[in-house]
Design a protein around this ligand. Structure first.
Ligand SMILES: Nc1ncnc2c1ncn2[C@@H]1O[C@H](COP(=O)(O)OP(=O)(O)OP(=O)(O)O)[C@@H](O)[C@H]1O
Ligand SMILES: O=P(O)(O)OC[C@H]1O[C@H](OP(=O)(O)OP(=O)(O)O)[C@H](O)[C@@H]1O
Ligand SMILES: [Mg+2]
Length: 401
């Protein structure tokens, strides 16, 4: 390896352990927690290590701040989708000038918006300069480094889906390498000639390969176009984000079984300290969470309305409930349609309202028709507010409130 390149392969060798391990506490669904395999169980030792850490930088200015601050991605693929999700929740962000880094959300007057690079959002949550942030789970995990102060308030904002994955060239010495075990068993990697892995995720990549039992690995850190490193001969493998898989394919690389480090999508993250200490943060978080949960729940569903001839509401309900795809959330709403006929008010038709999953829409309409439904209307829903917001309950218990 030329000397200049060798010099680049420095920062992250496996013999160095990454920064202190404490668990990144997640107020999230067990499914995602399970997928996020780097989340260590909270042990007495890790809790002690965390409480022994000095508090995040807290200048008098930070303490004095009364307004709540949220960090949103300033650029990149998450920026637009973040704004559009907020807009769908009636939380439009008002930015007077596109070159300004601050903005507001008129509906929440005590909330300041700061546009920041994703990794800076995580850093500023830790330093106390931001209270809340929208950022990919990959970035929270990499730059949060297991910091106890970060709490994932909403783990599935349903955009920015990708996975952090290990990939190697399709051909050459990797032609018959299909699993992490195959890669581990390769005799090519020695202390003098380690497996060279290029990544922008040094903390997660290092931890992952160490846990998989790799001894002879050297990391090279780079910010973009990582897929070009193996074909250029600068690295043997990459640990990078994959979404459609096109970039890997186009560069003759392949993922291997067991090589997914982390599944990611956009999340809402908060500083635990802010939630506990800064006036207004808990209230703003509650409102954001309520709207986000109710909206994201609603986007998967549609409201279907139809008319149906019948003798009574019960008889119509019987017919509707005989079909599997039109039961609704709790059951169908069946209401009489009143008409004036020959000077008298009577009921011949009933209106049926059911909420159906988008993916079952066509089947639902077929079923409604088969039992005599007509004049079918389909409406998009903005929110479905449940009796309680499950993630809010999780958050309160996470905070011990
Ligand atoms: N190919 C992808 N498909 C879907 N989501 C992705 C993809 N690549 C990245 N993401 C998600 O989008 C986030 C932002 O990625 P992006 O590359 O736009 O950041 P960026 O603006 O380049 O950040 P920086 O320049 O500070 O590194 C990532 O952290 C990840 O969560
Ligand atoms: O699986 P795909 O859909 O092809 O997406 C994966 C690519 O997207 C990201 O790169 P990005 O577009 O941000 O470019 P960069 O790495 O140069 O920043 C990521 O780093 C991969 O290269
Ligand atoms: Mg990028």
């Amino acid at each position: 390896m030329p000397g200049m390149l060798a010099a680049q392969f420095t920062a992250l060798s496996l013999s160095q352990s990454p920064s202190p391990q404490s668990s990144l506490r997640l107020a999230i669904r067990p499914s995602l927690a399970a997928r996020a395999r780097f989340v260590a169980p909270r042990t007495a030792a890790s809790a002690a290590a965390v409480s022994a850490k000095p508090a995040a930088v807290s200048s008098p200015l930070i303490e004095d701040r009364t307004v709540v601050r949220i960090g949103l991605p300033s650029k990149g693929r998450m920026a637009e989708q973040t704004l559009s999700l907020l807009k769908s929740c009636q939380l439009s962000v008002r930015q007077l000038n596109p070159r300004q880094y601050t903005a507001d959300i008129p509906l929440i007057p005590n909330l300041e918006v700061w546009f920041q690079r994703p990794k800076d959002i995580v850093r500023k949550l830790q330093s106390g300069d931001l209270d809340l942030g929208v950022v990919g789970f990959d970035i929270v995990s990499e730059y949060g480094n297991g910091n106890e102060d970060l709490v994932v308030v909403h783990d599935a904002l349903e955009f920015g889906h990708c996975r952090l994955s290990l990939a190697v060239p399709k051909e050459g010495i990797f032609e018959n390498i299909h699993t992490m075990e195959d890669l581990l068993k390769m005799t090519e990697w020695t202390e003098e000639r380690p497996l060279r892995v290029v990544t922008g995720f040094g903390y997660l990549g290092n931890k992952f390969l160490r846990e998989k039992g790799f001894k002879h690995v050297r990391f090279l850190s780079a910010d973009g176009a990582l897929e070009s490193y193996p074909p250029m001969g600068m690295a043997d493998a990459i640990v990078d984000l994959v979404s459609s898989g096109t970039t890997l394919r186009e560069n003759n690389l392949k993922e291997i079984d067991g090589g997914v480090v982390l599944e990611s999508q956009a999340t809402l993250v908060a500083s635990r300290k802010s939630l506990h200490k800064r006036k207004g943060v808990l209230e703003v978080t509650h409102e954001l969470l309520e709207r986000l949960e109710a909206h994201l729940r609603a986007t998967a569903e549609l409201m279907v309305t139809a008319n149906m001839r019948g003798n009574s509401a019960e008889e119509v309900a019987e017919r509707v409930l005989s079909q599997t795809s039109i039961w609704g959330l709790q059951g169908p709403t069946v209401s009489p349609v009143y008409r004036r006929r020959d000077g008298k008010v009577d009921v011949e038709y009933y209106a049926i309202n059911v909420v159906v999953p988008q993916k079952l829409l066509y089947k639902s309409i077929q079923q409604l028709r088969s039992i005599g439904g007509s004049g079918v209307l389909v409406t998009k829903l903005t929110y479905i507010f449940d009796e309680e917001t499950p993630r809010w309950r999780n958050l309160l218990s996470e905070l011990g409130l």
